[in-house]
Ligand binder design. Structure first.
Ligand code: ATP
Ligand code: MG
Ligand code: MG
Length: 565
């Protein structure tokens, strides 16, 4: 895909400040392309793009690709796909606002040289251990590095050597010269550049030094004329450095006012899953789930495959609002948003997930032949007539749910048991007469007779009163399908908040695969299509494995709240 760069290396500042000036509000979503996006990122995406939309501004999609080791093109592509899928457009207004931080490496290097010349940065040759020990901690001031008082000229020469490849990885770093006794540890001479010989996905082997995130990010924001740099709460202590850096670069004439401001918001966490990239990777690599798009994962690719819609995810993120504390959101909120989204649009269909055969023993007597079928039809949606009608037929044998029959009914049970009547929804009232069992006593079929003249939609159909209606699919036209029933991936709300290994909380029942029977309207549906299976909940035709010849559906969520069992 074509890449739009903010500027050729060397004139990033000039280029970015030019055509970008118009918008009053400018935000950015700045993912590092080192993994797949998850629900927490959706919060940041919706916040940044939503703010731009609401205030007539522009939101940039910026790849924060300043760390060569873990970044890959695969993630760059996947991230773009998911931002679009969520419904956001970084080309709003007709011009592209897709940026790569690595295109500013040249400018960042010049900015660092400026700080060195101005006596605001120095090359430190302490070992990493010494640096850590001399940093101090809360309540204990740090100790100045012995290299801190070299002259700007000496530092500049050293920094140029770093860039030129004269020194080994890790031999020295460039640090800001601020205050080793600052109460805010982030101001104790933070590192700006490190030596790292690694091939970068965009700049290849051009550089052997790379900027640190804390140095790079404010510069990226400033070059792109971001007005509101929204980040999660843990960056609050970085804000003084953000302002220190941009202020000095503006004083030196490298950046122009107005400068961006950083604002912090609370992270979004979802119960019953983990969102740390490292833990998600562990779940995938160790085979606890079936890949990054496993429908149980809170990755956006996983949630899409599970069947969550972009609007349900956006609604859920909006429901959490923007707060100054980290939010724990329950999966039930997400499920509620999905039901709200699909209730008015998903076509209805009948599916039998735990099939038991029902034989209508007076069928041939009533209709002249066991091969006779009675045509039925029902609206695809009870109040969206545009979705049309579903056509199906009733024959002498149908599949029903195993739990729609009880040989000995419990109190309050109104479905099939010997002597009781129920309605086959959209069909006839039937009366149960008994059941068949195999040698082990397992029930293999239910027996019933059709009560004549009770067909739904015909005059007098309601003359025989029943207390229940059950769903069914005729044996002669049932579509066999694999249905994947998903539940919470973990058995506890916050699997990674305690001392125990989060893997010990994996729910062994989180994925169950059943062989189901579906009504014939589901024979030819497109992968990714959503349905409400009557009485069961919301399902989606799996976007990868579903085929007309071998249908595969995923359960998204039930019709009601709670653990779906
Ligand atoms: P992780 O901790 O999963 O590795 P990250 O923050 O390091 O996530 P980035 O790619 O840097 O991953 O994130 C891009 C943006 O998404 C950042 O602005 C970050 O603050 C935001 N973000 C990441 N996780 C969450 C979350 N749980 N809630 C809200 N925003 C988040
Ligand atoms: Mg990050
Ligand atoms: Mg990270």
């Amino acid at each position: 895909p074509e890449r739009h760069f903010a500027g050729t290396p060397g004139d990033a500042a000039h280029h970015a400040a030019g055509p970008l000036d118009a918008a009053k509000i400018r935000t950015r979503f700045p993912p590092e392309p080192n993994g797949y996006l998850h629900i927490g990122h959706a919060k940041s995406i919706c916040l940044n793009f939503g703010m731009a939309r609401d205030y007539g501004g522009i939101c940039h999609l910026r790849f924060d690709d300043t760390n060569p080791e873990k970044e890959e093109q695969e993630y760059v592509d996947a991230i773009q796909e998911m931002v679009s899928w969520l419904g956001w457009d970084w080309n709003a207004g007709g011009s592209s606002h897709l940026f790569f931080a690595s295109n500013y490496f040249d400018f960042m290097y010049r900015a660092a040289e400026y700080l060195v010349s101005a006596g605001l940065a120095y090359v430190d040759e302490q070992t990493p251990e010494e640096m850590r020990a001399n940093r101090g901690d809360f309540g204990r001031p740090g100790v100045n590095s012995p290299f801190r008082d070299r002259s700007p000229a000496e530092n500049l020469a050293r920094f140029q050597e770093m860039r030129g490849g004269k020194h080994a990885d890790g031999a020295m770093v460039l640090r800001a010269k601020i205050d080793m006794a600052a109460p805010n540890i982030n101001l104790r001479d933070p590192a700006l550049y490190r030596i790292r010989r690694a091939t970068h996905h965009n700049t290849g082997d051009t550089w052997c030094i790379y900027p640190m995130y804390t140095f790079a990010h404010p510069i990226e924001d400033a070059l792109e004329r971001i007005t509101h740099s929204l980040c999660t709460l843990e960056f609050e202590d970085q804000r003084p450095f953000y302002d220190w850096l941009l202020g000095h670069l503006a004083d030196g004439g490298l950046l122009a006012h107005p400068l961006p401001h950083q604002y912090e918001f609370g992270r979004l966490n979802l119960t019953y899953v983990v969102t740390s990239k490292r833990k998600l990777r562990q779940l995938v690599d160790e085979g606890h789930v079936d890949g990054w798009d496993d429908p149980r994962l809170p990755t956006l690719v996983g949630m899409r495959r599970r069947g969550y819609t972009p609007s349900s995810i956006r609604a859920m993120v909006e429901a959490t609002g923007v707060t100054k504390s980290n939010a724990w959101l329950d999966y039930s909120v997400l499920d509620g948003c999905l039901r709200t989204d699909l209730e008015g649009k998903a076509a209805r269909a009948c599916a039998v997930l735990d099939p038991l055969k029902l034989k209508l023993t007076n069928w041939a007597e009533l209709f002249g032949s066991s091969a006779h079928v009675e045509h039925s039809s029902a609206p695809a949606h009870p109040n969206v007539p545009e979705l049309g009608q579903r056509e199906f037929s009733l024959g002498h044998e149908v599949w029903i749910e195993r739990d729609d029959f009880m040989e000995v009914p419990v109190k309050g049970y109104h479905r099939l048991y010997p002597g009781n009547k129920t309605r086959l929804k959209y069909g006839y009232v039937i009366e149960c007469t008994g059941c068949e069992k195999d040698a082990e006593g397992k029930i293999t079929a239910v027996l019933a007779t059709v009560v004549p003249d009770t067909k739904s939609g015909t005059p007098g159909a309601d003359a025989v009163k029943v207390k229940s209606a059950i769903t069914w699919v005729s044996v002669h036209e049932a579509v066999e399908a694999e249905v994947r029933l998903y539940d919470r991936l973990f058995t506890v709300e916050q699997p990674d908040s305690g001392d125990a290994d989060f893997l010990t909380f994996i729910n062994p029942q989180s994925r169950r695969v059943v062989s189901a029977y579906l009504e014939p309207s589901l024979a030819q549906v497109a992968a990714g299509a959503h349905f409400q299976f009557e009485r069961h909940g919301y399902f989606v035709a799996d976007r990868i494995d579903h085929q007309a010849a071998k249908p595969v559906f995923n359960k998204i969520t039930g019709l009601k709240d709670g653990w779906s069992k």
